[in-house]
Design a protein around this ligand. Sequence first.
Ligand SMILES: NC(=O)c1ccc[n+]([C@@H]2O[C@H](COP(=O)([O-])OP(=O)(O)OC[C@H]3O[C@@H](n4cnc5c(N)ncnc54)[C@H](OP(=O)(O)O)[C@@H]3O)[C@@H](O)[C@H]2O)c1
Length: 283
Amino acid sequence: MKVAVTSASGKLGASIVQHLIQEIGKENVIGIARTPERVKHLGIEIRKGDYNSREDFDLALQGVDTVLLVSGMDEPQKRIQQHRNVIESAKANGVQKIVYTSIVGAEEGNAFSPIVQTNRQTENDVKESGLDYVIGRNGIYIEPDLEYLDTYKNEGKIRNCAGEGKCTYTSRQELGYAYTKMLIEEKHNGQTYNLVGEPITQAQLKDYINQAYGTNLKFNSVSEEDYLAERIAELGGFMGTIIAGIYQGIKNGANDVPSDFEKATGRLHQSPLELIEAYKIAK
Ligand SMILES: NC(=O)c1ccc[n+]([C@@H]2O[C@H](COP(=O)([O-])OP(=O)(O)OC[C@H]3O[C@@H](n4cnc5c(N)ncnc54)[C@H](OP(=O)(O)O)[C@@H]3O)[C@@H](O)[C@H]2O)c1
C-alpha cells in the first residue's frame, strides 16, 4: 500500500509522514511538496506537487493507493480549485482513497468563515469524487499559542477577544496520529471526524500554561473590533483577519464541538495540560 502526503514540507504534513512511517515503513510513504528540497530530512521518496498544477499531481500520484490532502494556505477563493486539482488528478490516476484535512468552525458569522466555507466545499468535492474518503475537521493547533509565550510573558497576559468561549485545542502530533489511522484503516471510510481535544476557555488555557511553565499570566479579553484592528496592524490584512476571526469564532461557540478523536484513533485525545507538556518536551 503506497500512501502519499501532500504539503509534506509543512508541519502537519511532516507529522503525518512521521507517524505513517512508524505504521507502514518508509518505503510505502511518498511525500509530495511544492518545494521538494524542504523535505529531504524526512528520508522518504519526494515528488513535486504544487496545488496550482494539475500536471504536477498527474505525475506525483502515479502508483499511489491513498492520498492525504492537506488543506492549502492561499486566499479562500483560490483554494477550492487548488484542492480540485488534487482530487481530479487522484480520480484520473487510479488512487482509491482520499483523506482530507478540513477545519472545525462556523460557515457564517465571523472573519474566519470564508476559509471554513472553502473547506466545506472541498469536503463536498471529496465526497462526490467517487473515491473512498475520510474527512478530518481539525481543531485549532495549540502550538502557535505556545510559540507566542515570550510575548505573553513580556505582556504578563494572554490578550484576545475570545471572552468565555471554549476552544477544543489539538496539536499537530495528535493529528498526525489520527490521520495515520484514518489513512490505513478501512473502517473510517465515509466518516467525517472532529479531530479535537477537550473544550477549554482562554482563562483555563492560561491556568494550564502557568502550571506547565511556572508563569503567572492573566487573561485579558478585549472587544472583537479592537482585536481585529490590532491584529491587522501587526500581521497585515490577510493573516490578521484570519487570527481575529478564529478568536471571534471561539467566543461565539464555533470551536466548542464534540470530539471524534477516540473513534478515529481508539484512544483518548491528550488533555490540554498534556498537549502543553508534550510541546515543552519537544522544544
Ligand atoms: N488547525 C489550525 O489551527 C490551523 C492553523 C494554521 C493552518 N491550518 C491549515 O492547516 C494546513 C497545514 O498546516 P501546517 O501547520 O502544516 O502549515 P505550515 O507548516 O505553514 O505548512 C503549510 C504548507 O502548505 C504548503 N503549501 C502552500 N501553498 C501550496 C501550494 N500552492 N501547493 C502545495 N503546497 C502548498 C507549504 O509548502 P511550501 O513548503 O512549499 O511553502 C507548506 O508545506 C494549512 O495549510 C492550513 O490550511 C490549520
